[in-house]
Write a protein that binds this ligand. Structure first.
Ligand SMILES: Nc1ncnc2c1ncn2[C@@H]1O[C@H](COP(=O)(O)OP(=O)(O)OP(=O)(O)O)[C@@H](O)[C@H]1O
Length: 257
């Protein structure tokens, strides 16, 4: 089990969120979110479907505007910076989509080259090759370099999706349900990969998941979104050591099916 809280108060906050609210019409999704992501940690975000996890991520990367509150990412107040600054910031915040978002008509190599060539003007062919090969090596799939996404398993596609995000060497990684739809063994492999990425690339990450085995394996800290706020934050055991009727079913569903 990981769940090793990072408690050093001197650690830099790479994401700082205070008093964040967001409503759609009369529907108050986020009702005063306070959340920090500290440099180097893996923070797992849990919450029932529809509680606003994706809305939160979209606000962090500036795709949605908050109604109120502070959202600071790598020192930038997201709704105050220019569009150009926002685009630059997004290069430092890698987002690994749930469906892996690979281009099916491109080989694995081309899928990885694409973000690099588009975002790193003037990069040489040799630098591209080196980046593609070393990133594929990091996710354990160098041998798949010339394959098409359709030839890969679900777990391999997830790995390539993560590699595609990593190739830009983001400071922050946002993983959206990284183990969704995978068999238990492949889930364990993805959990290991998330931990390896943290070690090797020194990323700070938010991992959104419904999979408590994943949460326990990768999270230094866990935060649970309940009724629009992160009322429970801490180690995995601290978050689940409660009789709160909103929290218990989550645990029971995962472990006492
Ligand atoms: N652009 C939008 N306009 C109106 N309502 C929205 C919009 N985006 C999200 N919502 C609503 O906000 C709520 C939270 O959605 P969100 O996608 O963040 O949930 P989630 O916690 O990520 O769920 P899941 O675990 O199923 O992915 C939902 O009820 C959704 O319908």
């Amino acid at each position: 089990m990981k769940s090793r809280p990072i408690t050093d108060p001197n650690l830099e906050k790479v994401i700082e969120i205070k008093g964040l609210t967001k409503s759609f019409g009369n529907f108050h999704v986020l009702r005063g979110v306070d959340l920090n992501l500290y440099r180097g940690e893996n923070l797992v975000v849990l919450g029932k479907s529809g509680t606003g996890k994706s809305v939160l991520i979209k606000i962090i990367i500036g795709l949605l505007k908050p109604d109120n509150g502070l959202v600071r990412v790598l020192g930038n107040t997201v709704d105050e910076i220019s569009y150009k600054e926002l685009l630059a910031l997004r290069l430092d915040v890698g987002f690994s989509f749930q469906n892996s978002a690979l281009y099916d008509s491109m080989t694995v190599r081309e899928n990885l080259e694409f973000p690099l060539v588009r975002n790193r003007k003037g990069i040489t062919k040799a630098e591209v090759n080196h980046a593609v090969e070393s990133t594929l090596d990091a996710v354990g799939l160098l041998q798949a370099i010339n394959q098409m996404p359709s030839e890969l398993s679900g777990g391999q596609r997830k790995r390539i999706g993560i590699a595609r995000t990593l190739i830009l060497q983001p400071k922050i990684m946002l993983y959206d349900e990284p183990t969704a739809g995978l068999d238990p063994i492949t889930c364990l492999e993805i959990n290991s990969l998330i931990n390896e990425v943290q070690e090797r690339y020194k990323t700070s990450s938010i991992i959104i998941t419904h999979d408590l085995t994943c949460a326990r394996a990768v999270g230094n800290r866990v935060a649970m979104l309940l009724d629009g706020k992160f009322e429970r934050q801490g180690s995995f055991d601290e978050v689940f050591d409660t009789n709160d009727e909103r929290v218990k079913p989550f645990y029971d569903y995962n472990f006492i099916k």
